[in-house]
Write a protein that binds this ligand. Structure first.
Ligand code: SF4
Length: 269
């Protein structure tokens, strides 16, 4: 079996930056997962970082890390009010989406967020709009009445083609301004997967990683998302002549190396 590692793959600039910034402080409390990967979280836990789901779980005087997916203004304000020390690991691309959403809201447009309801990034963007008095925000497919002026933004890790298609469809019923666009890292990794014309693809990364799941979705061959070596061992690759391997933007390179070693061992019998 021929194995091809797709490029680019693995950590994006946003994840690298988040991990660099957060590693500056031992004993900090990270609000939610800093990135969606259990191996990364385990390593940071081992180095003393604690993970909490609410600012209420961060003791007074402690340092809190805002994750790569960003947080809304209400969370920032609460941290400021409590005098917590903040390390902001928000990815610059996510911050850009927040600014666009806020500008649309300030301009009086109803804001439509194309993204996964309940994902931390979407919650942060929605929070950004809700901080503008009187602003309306909808998470697609929820929408305001037809012919409303809307500003469309998207979660950075969506399927790029799907986002473009949704924006086009909205144009038929609404007066649309749009900043909806996946981030460069997501787009480049999806393009590499779409260009791969082998027999099967292994996508390394966790089930709760949006960008990882999208990579498996856009593949033109059969694709397997794999979060552990055990999951990799469970895949039936018999009959596969050419196998592609890629990794989500939050998947550490060490996992790729382990997976390649395991695949090599499998080939050797
Ligand atoms: S996937 Fe994109 S938005 Fe998410 S951290 Fe990486 S660069 Fe930033």
């Amino acid at each position: 079996m021929e194995i091809e590692v797709l490029a680019p793959h693995g950590f994006c600039a946003g994840v690298k930056g988040a991990l660099e910034r957060s590693s500056l402080q031992r004993g900090a409390y990270c609000l939610h997962d800093i990135v969606h990967n259990d191996m990364v979280i385990a390593e940071l836990r081992g180095r003393g970082m604690k993970f909490v789901e609410s600012l209420a779980d961060v003791p007074d005087g402690a340092t809190v890390v805002f994750p790569a997916h960003g947080v809304g203004p209400a969370v920032r304000e609460e941290a400021r009010r409590r005098g917590l020390r903040v390390i902001d690991a928000t990815c610059p691309f996510v911050a850009k989406v927040h600014r666009a959403a806020r500008q649309y809201a300030l301009a009086g447009l109803a804001v439509v967020v194309v993204g996964h309801r309940g994902h931390a990034e979407v919650d942060g963007i929605v929070g950004e709009v809700e901080a503008v008095e009187g602003a309306e925000v909808y998470v697609y497919p929820d929408l305001p009445p037809p012919r409303t002026r809307i500003g469309v933004v998207s979660q950075t890790t969506m399927n790029a083609d799907e986002v473009a298609e949704i924006v086009k469809r909205l144009g038929a019923d609404y007066e649309v301004e749009t900043a909806a666009k996946v981030c460069n890292a997501t787009k480049e990794r999806q393009d590499a997967v779409k260009a791969f014309d082998g027999d099967a693809l292994v996508v390394l990364g966790d089930a709760n990683s949006s960008n990882t799941r999208r990579l498996a979705e856009v593949a033109r061959c059969r694709a397997y998302r794999v979060g552990s070596l055990d999951e990799l061992a469970a895949i039936d690759l018999s009959g596969v002549g050419r196998l592609g391997v890629t990794a989500g933007a939050s998947t550490p390179e060490t996992f790729l190396e382990q997976a390649l070693a395991r695949l090599g061992a499998t080939q050797g019998g």
